[in-house]
Design a protein around this ligand. Structure first.
Ligand SMILES: [Zn+2]
Ligand SMILES: [Zn+2]
Length: 367
């Protein structure tokens, strides 16, 4: 029974996607077949309308479907607790166990209380900017929000596609509104040719309505991209070992921040191909110079095979690393296909209070 209900619930989640696709396909019919081939009388005007219409249409559809189909970005296996870690978590002090595990991982953000960010559902340390989505039921890398209109989480792997979807949707609706206006006026003057006059009328209203409503959403996401923030981070300031910092991931300029999402090559910025920088786990920062220098020093020590003189847990940690590598369950093997990431030793400030907070676990939002 539970499986049937779950299946029904998952099916219902596709209704908004079907609705948007139905509107886009209908708009194609109304514009191309009704407007251009019935109402537009001039062959030259028809050709110009169709030549400029189709690039907007295809870029919109490709961006939209790439947002829908993109993998939401799985957390690398190193962040998942091993069986030994889970046993230690059950039997020992959770604060110390999680802190010990997270010190081996490249994480700089903490909970408000200074504890390691841990997902109790996925049983994994959360990478920076990663959150658990209650709709997708898994942790999502650089999660922005869960979007019902694409039935997918918008995060590291598809944020560029989502941004381009909004951009091309605005261009598409602007173009349709601009070219249909003349025939919309003709409709009210009773001089419109063709049988599908109501399609032209609705096409104008629908395109205008979407165009106006999408501007605010697109403008907000441009602001977020220019400041290297996610929607979740704009509502909840990320906490670092040195305290909360609303611009903790900003690289200083809007262009540098935009490059993190759109890529270094500006020729690819407007193409729906994945060009975002990074792996969704490591994020450059200009706000943690002290930590970066410490990290580099310790990386150098580890590369030279030297022990960290400040690391009183080094032998324990090494043993744990071996255990993590050997003690891998079949469930964790699913994540072995993820991109291998270097795991530098990341020093963290000692947390004062442990809090695996309920609100930090249920991060799913719907915008
Ligand atoms: Zn999770
Ligand atoms: Zn989600």
């Amino acid at each position: 029974m539970a499986a049937v209900l779950n299946c029904l619930f998952k099916s219902f989640q596709w209704i908004p996607v079907l609705f948007i696709n139905a509107v886009i396909v209908w708009s194609y019919y109304a514009y191309v077949l009704v407007l251009c081939f019935e109402s537009v009388q001039s062959p030259f005007e028809r050709a110009v309308y169709l030549i400029f219409y189709h690039p907007f249409f295809f870029m919109l559809m490709i961006s939209y479907w790439r947002t829908i189909c993109a993998s939401s970005g799985l957390v690398p296996s190193q962040f998942f607790l091993s069986r030994a870690d889970r046993e230690a978590l059950d039997n020992g002090d959770p604060k110390e166990v999680l802190e010990k595990i997270s010190r081996k991982l490249p994480v700089f953000t903490q909970t408000v209380s200074g504890a390691a960010r841990y997902c109790d559902i996925c049983q994994a340390i959360k990478p920076d900017r990663c959150h658990h989505c209650s709709m997708c039921r898994k942790c999502i890398l650089k999660m922005d929000h869960h979007c019902p209109w694409v039935n997918n989480c918008v995060g590291f792997t598809n944020y560029k596609f989502f941004l381009l979807f909004l951009f091309y949707a605005i261009l598409y609706t602007l173009y349709v509104t601009a070219t249909v206006t003349k025939y919309f006026i003709a409709f009210w003057n009773n001089s419109l040719e063709g049988d599908g006059k109501l399609h032209v009328l609705f096409l104008f209203f629908v395109a205008l309505m979407f165009c106006i409503s999408l501007w605010s959403l697109f403008g907000y996401h441009l602001y977020l991209t220019g400041n290297n923030k996610t929607t979740l981070e704009s509502f909840r300031v990320p906490h670092f070992s040195y305290g909360p910092n609303k611009d903790g991931f900003s690289l200083g300029t809007a262009i540098k921040n935009a490059e993190q999402v759109l890529g270094l090559n500006k020729w690819y910025w407007f193409l729906p191909i994945f060009t975002s920088i990074g792996d969704g786990v490591h994020f450059p920062s200009i706000n943690q110079p002290e930590q970066d220098s410490l990290l580099n020093d310790q990386q150098r020590w580890m590369e030279e095979g030297e022990l960290d003189p400040q690391d009183t847990h080094s032998s324990d940690d090494k043993q744990d690393s071996i255990t993590v590598a050997i003690d891998i369950t079949s469930e964790e093997l699913v994540h072995e296909n993820e991109v291998e990431t270097q795991m530098p030793y990341a020093p963290r400030a000692k947390p004062d209070v442990l809090a695996v907070q309920e609100d930090d676990i249920q991060d799913g939002t719907a915008l």
